[in-house]
Design a protein around this ligand. Structure first.
Ligand code: MG
Length: 310
């Protein structure tokens, strides 16, 4: 088995020191050292690459790949053929990726059926690599099955707060408050404040996946009792900030469970979104249970309501 990867400078220095007593007194051409450790040959090239050759190359290299993870937050994977692959993190987002953050994200605001769910989570620097390995990425790119698999694991590992706005409560809001951006702003503020008050978390930044201009956000939460401040607003934050990614997955998971419950109650698969298939489904619900039933299932001020009445 042969495994090759390019170690970071700090890991390289550790290797040189560690393998000193196992190395050939005179290194072969183009190498920094060549060492023999039980059944593995370790060669560090001047080019910066290190090669592990032999029966236990995977075990030997794992020691250093682990160091890369803990010291440098580099995630290096080896496939069954010994090929290495690194999960790349764009340089410009590295600064956000490697810090402790509190972040929030919501789902359900574009769905006629189902509640609005907003979550905030705290991810410390130390948890980042573990969550990366679990597959925490933009929840929009993860399948629902994958979300159902990893969300319960994430929820055990990190502190989070979620809020579910059911449709009965949504429909009962007065016209002034039934503004989607205002609802989102108030709920993001709520889960963030509650999370921060729930523990003594050390964080560098609070990040919200941006849905409105910051000035407007603060206007919307103006009347709230407790207000969040110093927020970094970022578009596509769920890809770039681990706590927003985790919050996105948790929100989606709770939303999926609520949709599953609704499907069970109605004995039919409730559709997502607000397209024509949703109109068709809503029409069936009205003919089966009457129009009043919709009040607890859908967001009545969506255009779909007019369409199903025709
Ligand atoms: Mg979002």
């Amino acid at each position: 088995m042969t495994i090759v990867f390019k170690p970071s400078d700090n890991v390289k220095q550790m290797m040189i020191k560690y393998y000193e007593k196992y190395s050939k007194p005179i290194p072969p051409q183009y190498t920094v050292f060549q060492a023999f450790s039980s059944d593995v040959v370790i060669t560090l090239y001047e080019s910066g690459k290190v090669m592990f050759q032999g029966m236990s190359a995977d075990i030997e290299s794992a020691l250093w790949i682990d160091q890369e993870k803990h010291l440098n937050n580099r995630i290096i994977k080896i496939d069954e053929k010994g090929k290495t692959k690194e999960l790349t993190i764009k340089d410009e987002i590295k600064t956000f990726y490697n810090i402790s953050t509190i972040g929030s994200d919501e789902v359900g605001t574009g769905d006629y059926f189902g509640p609005i769910v907003v979550s905030a989570s705290y991810v410390s620097k130390e948890m980042i690599s573990e969550l990366t390995e679990l597959g925490v990425r933009d929840s929009k790119k993860l399948t629902d099955d994958k979300i159902k698999e990893i969300a319960p694991v994430i929820m055990k590992k990190i502190p989070y707060v979620s809020y579910i706005l059911d449709n009965k409560s949504y429909n009962d809001l007065n016209e002034e408050n039934k503004n989607m951006n205002k609802i989102k702003a108030i709920l993001h503020n709520k889960v963030l404040v509650n999370l921060i008050e729930s523990g003594n978390y050390s964080y560098d930044k609070i990040v919200i996946d941006q849905f409105v201009y910051p000035k407007k956000f603060y206007e919307h939460i103006n009347k709230c009792n407790k207000k969040i401040s110093n927020v970094t607003f970022m578009t596509k934050a769920e890809d770039q900030v681990m706590s927003v990614g985790a919050a996105s997955i948790i929100s989606r998971y709770i939303f999926l469970k609520k949709m599953d419950e609704m499907s069970r109650d109605l004995k039919a698969k409730v559709p997502f979104g607000a397209g024509t298939n949703v109109d068709e489904f809503a029409k069936k619900i009205v003919s089966q249970y009457g129009k009043n039933k919709l009040k607890e299932l859908v967001k009545l001020n969506f255009k779909n309501t007019n369409k199903i009445e025709q």
